[in-house]
Design a protein around this ligand. Structure first.
Ligand SMILES: [Zn+2]
Ligand SMILES: [Zn+2]
Ligand SMILES: [Zn+2]
Ligand SMILES: [Zn+2]
Length: 294
């Protein structure tokens, strides 16, 4: 997370620091680790919320004092950053820093997991793996991670836990590539990729622009624009869907997995009975990957 919004992160534990503590104090059992981790991360949320409040609400009669110039500066910068991120020019928006911070953090985690899925067979795999753990611990420690209950079932949706299940879905399909300008097979028509053609802008029934292929763009219907032809996928034919350890699309992975109710009850020490259960696995040291038995 490069975006720290001027907040002080030095007081926040890190995945490396808690791992080091667990190793040094030989906390082998899950119970002992969890007790320590809850303690280590406890209070971080409260501290951060207080810090944000302090920066977003500065008492007006203090603003003149020179000692507070830095605070005033940080406060302004903070406001500008939050506006720049979420508002269009001239638009007034109510800023909810905590919610914005949380959604940025969860987004960072999702991207870190995506990065690992793409890099798993490269020399960067271990770096991406460690990075995902670090982000997951921060997100889980500050904003929490829940084991979700719906349809009478507990679901594992923890991004770092799902990342450690190394299999996904592979869809075998063929598709013809059609020319965006004339609709014919791209390999057979007269248009050449990389050559500009003048076209009259028109949108299909679903709003796709014929010039750029996007739904929302600056092209205006009826105008003439110079565009490059591009490939449009047509006639998609799905031949098979299978579970594989290396899906052709690295992002074709589970988004939730059913929890074995007995294992859950055992680790909680009681039946969860439909109430929300907090996941702490993202704070723990790595428990290695599970792979598909092929
Ligand atoms: Zn989790
Ligand atoms: Zn064409
Ligand atoms: Zn367009
Ligand atoms: Zn791991």
């Amino acid at each position: 997370m490069a975006q720290t919004w001027g907040l002080d992160f030095s007081q926040i534990p890190s995945w490396e620091a808690t791992n080091e503590f667990i190793r040094r104090h030989e906390l082998h059992s899950m119970k002992a680790q969890q007790k320590f981790l809850i303690e280590a991360w406890g209070g971080v949320e409260r501290r951060l919320r207080r810090e944000i409040k302090r920066r977003t609400r500065i008492s007006p009669f203090l603003l003149g004092a020179s000692v507070l110039r830095t605070d005033e500066f940080v406060h302004r910068r903070y406001e500008e950053m939050s506006k720049a991120l979420y508002a269009r020019p001239g638009e007034q928006v109510g800023v909810d820093p905590w919610r914005d911070l949380e959604s940025s953090a969860r987004m960072s985690l999702a991207r870190a997991v995506d990065a690992f899925n793409f890099l798993e067979d490269t020399e960067l795999a271990e770096v991406a793996h460690q990075h995902a753990h670090k982000v997951a611990a921060l997100v889980g420690g500050v904003f929490g991670c829940d084991i979700k209950y719906s349809e009478d079932t507990y679901w594992d949706t923890c991004p770092i836990s799902l990342m450690h299940r190394r299999w996904g879905m592979s869809v075998g399909f063929t598709a013809t590539r059609r020319c965006s300008l004339c609709g014919e097979d791209l390999d057979l028509c007269e248009h050449l990729l990389g050559t500009l053609y003048e076209v009259k802008i028109q949108r299909t029934d679903d709003g796709t622009c014929n010039a750029c292929g996007h739904h929302s763009c600056s092209h205006i219907d009826g105008d003439i624009a110079s565009v490059y032809p591009h490939a449009v996928k047509g006639d998609l034919q799905v031949h098979e869907i299978s579970w594989v350890s290396r899906p052709r699309d690295p992002l074709a992975r589970f988004t939730r997995v059913e929890f074995d109710p007995q294992i859950l009850a055992h680790s909680l020490g009681k039946e969860p009975d439909g109430r929300d259960v907090r996941c702490y696995r993202c704070l723990h040291p790595c428990e290695s990957f599970t792979t598909l038995q092929e």
